[in-house]
Design a binder for this molecule. Structure first.
Ligand SMILES: O=C(O)CCC(=O)C(=O)O
Ligand SMILES: [Fe+2]
Length: 292
């Protein structure tokens, strides 16, 4: 086992939320990730959309209707369920934040997410890591440290596969890590008998995004996280699939950056007011264009 400290997450049983069916929706969709990733290059290129105003939000979805017809149904079914749970959680976030600051009518997280058209689902597939890669030993070898820029991210517990067949991951240190508010790095474990930490296949994890930190004036903090690839010989060929639902404000929603929140200070002056669309464009530019 790794030497990282473990914490018990806040866990709300599904039976209390009355959202049945999650288990099979998760299995159905996650098993389509390796199949989608292995479709011919031309088929995958046909699923890309480079045009329109806020291109990442306003374009229509493009589905592999002939090559993988079951993807759209599985994707939307799981996305909708996680969205419904996320809205219930947003209600509780508002309750928490309202103890420390006044939330005006219609300006709480629940209302903002309810009226938004910008939510995004992402079926994630991590290709087997190349053993001996320069980055292969780092903690963030599959996905670097970052905070999500939306409001709430719903995450399924990942599956590990080899050639598309589900197997337990041979390296228990592989997977999602987060940094807590007290600056400790914590592994988000799948439920194992000897561990108390609960994030199993029937759970949905929610991470706080930057926009929630901004709108709550820092009462809620964005969750820094990364994904570590498995190491060791027996981990060769191991793939990881999971699903993330990024719940975020509409592109026209106003974000007032409070003095006390220090997110992307190099780009955004304190007390600035930007729409979520402008904020997203700025970050896309930072991550994708300025790097090249
Ligand atoms: O793969 C995961 O568990 C997390 C993915 C993630 O952080 C992201 O897509 O923003
Ligand atoms: Fe993320």
């Amino acid at each position: 086992m790794s030497s990282f400290p473990t914490f018990t997450t806040v866990s709300i049983p599904f039976s209390h939320l009355q959202v049945p069916g999650y288990s099979s929706l998760r299995t159905n969709l996650l098993h389509l990730a390796p199949r989608l990733a292995n479709l011919p290059k031309e088929v995958k290129e046909g699923l890309e959309d480079p045009h329109s105003r806020y291109p990442s939000y306003c374009g229509s979805n493009i589905w592999p209707s002939s090559a993988l017809p079951e993807l759209e149904v599985a994707f939307k079914a799981l996305g909708k369920l996680i969205f419904d749970v996320g809205l219930m959680l947003a209600y509780h976030c508002d309750q928490y934040v309202s103890r420390g600051m006044k939330i005006h009518k219609d300006e709480g997280l629940e209302s903002i997410l309810q009226r938004s058209r910008c939510h995004k689902g992402r079926l994630l597939y991590y290709f087997p890591s190349q053993q001996g890669n320069a980055d292969g030993n780092s903690m963030s070898s599959w996905c670097g440290w970052h905070t999500d820029h939306g409001s709430l991210t719903g995450l399924t517990c990942a599956i590990f596969t080899r050639d598309g067949v589900e197997i337990p991951c041979p390296d228990s240190a592989a997977g999602l890590y987060i940094r807590t508010r007290s600056d400790q790095i914590v592994k988000v474990y799948i439920l194992l008998l000897e561990l108390q930490v609960v994030y199993g296949k029937d759970d949905i994890a929610f991470q706080i995004g930057e926009t929630t930190e901004i709108l709550s004036g820092g009462y809620l903090c964005a969750t820094p996280h990364c994904v570590q690839a498995p190491k060791g010989e027996e981990s060769s060929g191991i793939e990881r699939s999971t699903f993330a639902l990024f719940m975020q404000p509409d592109w026209d929603e106003k974000l007032n950056f409070p003095e006390e929140v220090h997110i992307h200070r190099e780009l955004i002056p304190s007390n600035a007011a930007l729409t979520f669309g402008e904020y997203s464009e700025m970050l896309l530019d930072k991550y994708y264009h300025q790097k090249q």
